[in-house]
Design a protein around this ligand. Structure first.
Ligand code: UD1
Ligand code: CA
Length: 463
């Protein structure tokens, strides 16, 4: 690619039809703000410069974009006077450019790299001054309609369209390539719409043609890619398209998705081959799952690493945790942030683990809370064991060394340490360290009163 290419992302609008306090391009799809997808397209192309036009909600957008791509340039559109005005806000930056500009609406997140690249190549080959993408939709409502007459194009916006124009199914996608110099010239001539008072970027198409410049049109049959997200319904629709694309990629790479209709996997999740994901699972960004894992129904996993051969049984919730090879977790388990489970660990039903590490082959199988604990290898933690980590002021640590055996219903009052191989008698409240190999038991002796039940019955039952 010989000439330079700048990309402008239009992201200053409020998105009124979203009825939201969040700027439209910041609404998440597939676990990432809409603008992330547009930004990726701009970076992948590659663009020599990426200019983002910001206005409504600019702080959060600038903060996000700058963190993702430090070379991004921001230009400010103080009043949202329309898409032509938005591009005009970047005039200063553009006036320095000899080359082409790609303009991307910030609310067309489903467009793929391949399509933009193909558009760019055809635009270059055509030697046109401007190119724009169109598609044909069954329901074109809300989009600018493409009117072709004697080889000339005109875009009519929904608000300005009469009934005849509204029937036109060919729409403008909101993605343009133009020679920078001519774009700036055409922008100067855009007049506000008589209906809405807005400056429409789409007017540059007829303006350039009236200047006898060549305009090319790139038509795509894949209407999904040009979906403009203007309202919550389109947001949900784009969510489902992105999700299906993700599931298709995973299946193509050797992951079994039991029911693609009810499985939700965010865009950046990684899953190794021969893993199986069952229905109603929600796997969120930041999650990496190894090979041969089984993720049962209703599981939610976020920001976590699940190593090879792990089985997550139904209805488990896992966040910011690491699960070691061949471990089994759940059903109904909760792993909270900073949980690290080593190989072959078993975490059973109704067990909550927080900020704790559990060593190889250890088991916490039933009804327990493990918080701020370091548990060694081959430890057995009995049913109902609780680490009392919080004294009302501080979080205190519990240490359980290798091969210790914690009887059921034990309260480990932290800070406390149970030595290697030690045994804790069931139902103890352990407040002092137990040395290696010792028995720790804290429980009043059992009393047995012979014949008590019969005596009570004759006393009370006699009344
Ligand atoms: C726009 C097109 C329409 C096309 C559709 C495709 C115009 C006039 N119309 O309509 O032909 O079919 O996209 O999805 O361009 N923006 C600003 N500043 C503004 C106004 C908008 O930055 O003053 C940004 C918005 O944040 C958004 C993008 O430009 O990312 C498009 O604006 P939007 O209002 O959604 O345009 P549409 O009505 O969808
Ligand atoms: Ca739009």
């Amino acid at each position: 690619m010989d000439t330079k290419l700048y990309t402008i992302i239009l992201a200053a609008g409020e998105g009124k039809r979203m009825k939201s306090d969040i700027p439209k391009v910041f609404h998440p799809i597939g676990g990432l703000p809409m603008i992330e997808y547009i930004l990726r397209r701009a970076i992948d192309l590659p663009s020599d410069k990426v200019i983002v036009v910001v206005g409504i909600g600019k702080e959060i957008i600038m903060d996000y974009v700058a963190k993702r791509y430090e070379d991004a340039i921001f230009v400010h559109q103080d009043k949202q006077l329309g898409t032509a005005d938005a591009v005009r806000s970047a005039s200063q930056e553009l006036s320095e450019l000899e080359g082409d500009v790609l303009i991307l609406n910030g609310d067309v997140p489903l467009i793929k790299h391949v399509l933009i690249k193909d558009f760019y190549e055809q635009y270059k080959a055509s030697k046109a001054s401007l190119g724009f993408i169109t598609s044909t939709l069954d329901n074109p409502e809300g989009y600018g309609r493409v009117i072709k007459k004697a080889g000339k194009f005109k875009i009519v916006e929904e608000n300005d369209a009469d009934d005849k124009v509204k029937k036109v199914k060919e729409i403008n996608a909101g993605i343009y390539l133009a020679s920078c110099k001519l774009l700036l010239k055409a922008l100067e001539r855009v007049k506000p719409s008589e209906v809405t008072g807005e400056y429409y970027l789409t007017d540059i198409i007829s303006i350039l043609q009236s200047m006898k410049k060549k305009v090319m049109n790139y038509h795509t049959d894949d209407a999904d890619q040009v979906l403009g997200v203007n309202n919550r319904k389109a947001l949900a629709h784009s969510e489902s398209i992105l999700n299906q694309r993700k599931l298709n990629r995973l299946m193509a790479s050797g992951v079994t998705i039991f029911d693609p209709g009810t499985t939700y996997i965010e865009q950046d999740v990684v899953i190794g081959k021969d893993s199986i994901v069952y229905p109603n699972s929600f796997l969120m960004n930041g999650t990496k799952i190894g090979k041969r894992c089984i993720i049962w129904n209703g599981t939610i996993i976020k920001d976590s690493k699940i190593n090879d051969g792990v089985e997550i049984k139904p209805y488990s919730v896992i966040e910011q945790s690491i699960v070691g090879k061949d471990a089994i977790v759940g059903p109904f388990a909760r792993l909270r942030p900073e949980t690290v489970l080593d190989e072959n660990v078993r975490i059973g039903n109704f067990v909550e683990v927080k900020k704790s590490s559990i060593g190889k082959g250890s088991k916490v199988n039933h009804l327990s809370y493990i918080g701020d604990a370091t548990i060694g290898s081959r430890v057995n933690v009995g049913a109902g064991t609780i680490t009392c980590n919080y004294d009302g002021f501080r979080k205190n640590p519990t240490v359980i060394e290798d091969e210790a055996f914690i009887g059921s219903d034990t309260a480990l009052v932290a800070p406390v340490r149970v030595g290697r191989g030690a045994i804790i008698g069931a139902a103890s409240a352990i407040t002092k360290d137990v040395p290696p190999g010792a028995l720790g038991i804290e429980r009043s002796e059992q009393r047995t009163i012979e014949g008590y039940a019969m005596k009570r019955k004759s006393k009370l039952g006699g009344r």
